[in-house]
Design a protein around this ligand. Sequence first.
Ligand code: NIG
Ligand code: FE
Length: 417
Amino acid sequence: MKLLIKNAAEVITCCGQAPKQGVAMNDLGIITDGAIVMEDGMIKDVGTTVAILERINEKEYEIIDASGKCVMPGFVDSHTHFVFGGYRPEEFFWRLNGTPYLDILQRGGGILSTVQATRNSSHAELKEVATRRLDVMLAMGVTTVEGKSGYGLDATTELRQLAVMAELNAEHAVDVVATFMGAHAVPPEYRGKTEEYVDLIIKEMLPAVKAQGVATFCDVFCEQGVFSIDQSRKILVAAKQLGLQSKLHADEIVTLGGGELAGELGAISADHLLQTSDEGIHALAANQVVATALPATAFCLQESYARVRTMIDNGVAVALATDFNPGSCPTHSIPLVAALAAIQLKMTPAEIITALTINGAAAVGRADTIGSLERGKQADILILDHPSHLFLIYNVGMNIIHKVIKKGSIVIDNKPR
Ligand code: NIG
Ligand code: FE
């Protein structure tokens, strides 16, 4: 199949094969009056419409006229927990009435109530709800999503979550990158015996995950009262030995030194980072760890936001993701994340686009194949209703996706609004 987009008011290329650090995040590589040539699911050429039409025979292509529209890479939502059973609406209001997130977890609620609901869900039930969630994400422009296990906390249910993601990756238009997160909380049967649970993860769960080949990354909720720095290190080092790269829920609620640990381990990303110290920020920059900001979580938890301005000004590569989950962040709205990034994190529009595309791709180890519009990359492309990328932020919380192209095929085609 051969597809041509032409006459785009702007093509945001986000060109690059690696995370963009610091000031480089402002480089969007914009082509005005741009065109993109696609063949067999891949990008063959990108340039001005005039230049492209000189190089090809238009008649051989299906044509999309993108006059008055902005064209950009598909969003990479590099941090979600989208495979889960049940919902927790009551908890949202308990928190608004003053009960802290970690207190709800300590009482056996929070993550643990989703663990109960997920253990009670069959493979088919989990797959059904997860499919519907991916459908909505795709309609809002997400072409690759990272998803974590961590609502099983036993080998059977963790593997069930990962198997659902492997099937969805094969069957759904959205590409799914799976992360094993058995260290998301200590399950009730191991209450007060965290070290024993850490052993179970290392001796049983990780080898089973490795044997089935169902995860690319290993993540840990490194937090006061959950998994300590030493326990997190132990799990991530064991995972690394099996070929699973490290991710970390770091310094979300308490300054534990998660940023420093991510640097020490050479993690692919460190996420949340609301409370990361200056030392932590320097460790991320020095070790090229992608810092994934999740402002919708800070918004929902009414916590202070990550110091993203300081991070970027100190040369860190920042990605933005939703953290969609049934507790701390029950939304997968990229437009909300983009608005919060501008208003609360003080990121520039260009930094926000970079953080949602090429840097998101880098946070899932795919900066060489997705996240930008350039020759040789997978043709995952968004066409917006408006002529400029500024509308993504300015139209606060609204879905302005006109078309989504996934691997060179149109998969979402909305009427112009
Ligand atoms: O990223 N912090 C730990 N994990 C998730 C929340 C999961 C939940 O509340 O169910 C997070 O915020
Ligand atoms: Fe998370």
